[in-house]
Write a protein that binds this ligand. Structure first.
Ligand SMILES: [Fe+2]
Length: 246
């Protein structure tokens, strides 16, 4: 009986991974910038989760969620998605629907609530001023709080049509300013510590180029691959299940 249960768990894990990787591929087809960003965010989030003491399996699940965190953007119109100037209030409102759209797509595929909630809440802010719900503090799932930091760090260090990339030191300072406002202070502290102890933490943007989809994807799951694994730190221990939402 136990063996049968385990088999069905493994099968559903496999199915989930297949579904999420198919969605990651669809993001690649639709918007290469978002796709490459998602890969880097997945690596950063996975490293941070391990640093916080998460077991490998949980950190791996978080990386999968990060790969599709902006899935909802595939349903946003091109003129908004690719606009190089600042968005109008109405355009911003439409853009800010992407966590809800992504979560609805995942609910339709019957993936576990962990993935749905991580995607849905990745733009919530520690002070309750985020979106789409305005959750505050520890009401935000831990997974989404980790993802939010990884997400913003990659945006800050990336070239975008409307901005030059910040240096690591500049991005570090910008994140620090958001402690207790945008970000969970304890998780942010762990992330800043990771940056400090790993001079090569920040991924070069060619490392997940489109042609490397399979290589990057398999590397994401090869946890022992150099540079992808960071050993858990007891001092920063924040488990996956500390929030009521996970
Ligand atoms: Fe997003």
């Amino acid at each position: 009986m136990v063996a049968v249960k385990h088999l069905s768990y493994v099968e559903s894990e496999k199915e989930t991974r297949k579904v999420l990787l198919a969605f990651a591929k669809s993001i690649q087809e639709r918007d290469i910038v978002t796709y490459e960003h998602s890969h880097r965010v997945a690596v950063y989030a996975q490293r941070l989760a391990r640093h916080l003491g998460w077991p490998r399996r949980d950190a791996h699940d978080l990386a999968l969620a990060a790969l599709v965190h902006d899935l909802g953007k595939t349903w946003i119109a091109n003129d908004i998605l690719n606009k190089s100037a600042a968005l109008s209030a109405e355009e911003r409102r439409k853009m800010q629907r992407h966590p809800v759209i992504g979560a609805r797509i995942l609910i339709g595929c019957d993936v576990s609530s962990f993935y749905v909630e991580t995607v849905l809440y990745h733009h919530e802010a520690w002070n309750g001023q985020g979106y789409p719900v305005g959750l505050k503090g520890e009401d935000i799932p831990v997974s989404a709080r980790i993802l939010a930091i990884a997400d913003v760090y990659d945006v800050l260090t990336s070239q975008r049509p409307y901005k030059a990339p910040l240096t690591v030191a500049e991005a570090r300072e910008r994140l620090r300013e958001g402690s207790g406002i945008n970000f969970d202070p304890r998780i942010l502290q762990a992330f800043l510590h990771l940056l400090d102890i790993n001079p090569n933490f920040t991924l070069a943007h060619h490392q997940c180029a489109a042609s490397l989809f399979e290589a990057c994807t398999s590397a994401l799951y090869t946890m022992s691959t150099a540079g992808f694994e960071v050993y858990p730190s007891k001092s920063h221990s924040i488990g996956r299940h500390k929030s009521a939402h996970v």
